[in-house]
Design a protein around this ligand. Structure first.
Ligand SMILES: NC(=O)c1ccc[n+]([C@@H]2O[C@H](COP(=O)([O-])OP(=O)(O)OC[C@H]3O[C@@H](n4cnc5c(N)ncnc54)[C@H](OP(=O)(O)O)[C@@H]3O)[C@@H](O)[C@H]2O)c1
Length: 169
């Protein structure tokens, strides 16, 4: 698959201190914020690491879930399983489709080089946790930003990679 055929977006919520997870969990619950993930990932292939899959524990309606693991015998009911990132990208981006990367930390770090669009909810809190989002490379520029004054306020920002051929979901 050529670079141009690879269309990869991240959808992630990141606390102001860079935390995205605490153990198996996301250390906040914000009414409405998760609906962004649902809307952006609907009818797409969604890639997640084995640990994130186990913390969700069920397929996502209306989406093809691809679980990444190094264990070739791993079974994730209702999902596809890949043992290499490149195979997962080939699968998720087949026939011109866009792959949505849903985490967690290891998968975001490994897939960042392939991403052209990042949908980031910046959660305005110092969250407890040890799973961190990798630093956003300078090549990404914010192209849209919207502040949401929830109990825990957050800002949803879309970042686009410099030179990316299109801005898309
Ligand atoms: N805030 C958010 O938006 C958000 C979103 C998603 C998840 N999270 C949080 O993130 C945390 C989980 O993240 P995590 O970093 O611990 O785990 P993860 O990224 O979900 O999964 C890690 C696992 O993925 C597999 N893997 C990683 N790189 C691979 C590669 N190159 N090839 C094949 N398999 C590979 C390995 O599975 P095996 O060990 O089976 O080989 C590895 O143990 C949780 O706290 C979760 O709640 C937060």
């Amino acid at each position: 698959m050529t670079r141009r055929e690879i269309k990869v977006s991240f959808v992630v919520a990141v606390a102001d201190n860079g935390v995205i997870g605490h153990g198996a969990d996301i250390p906040w619950h914000i009414e409405g914020e998760l609906s962004l993930f649902k809307a952006l990932s609907y009818h797409h292939s969604v890639l997640m690491g084995r640990k994130t899959w186990e913390s969700i524990g069920r397929p996502l309606p209306g989406r093809e879930v691809i679980v990444l693991t190094r264990n070739a015998d791993y079974h994730a009911p209702g999902c596809r399983v890949c043992t290499s990132l490149e195979a997962a990208i080939d699968m998720g981006c087949a026939e011109g489709r866009r792959l949505i990367v849903a985490g967690g930390g290891e998968i975001f770090a490994a897939a960042l080089a392939y991403a052209d669009t990042l949908h980031i909810s910046h959660i305005h809190m110092q969250a407890p946790g040890e799973v961190m989002m990798p630093k956003i490379p300078k090549a990404f520029h914010p192209v849209f930003s919207q502040y949401y004054p929830a109990d825990t306020p957050y800002t949803y920002t879309i970042y686009s990679r410099e030179g990316a051929p299109e801005l898309s979901i």
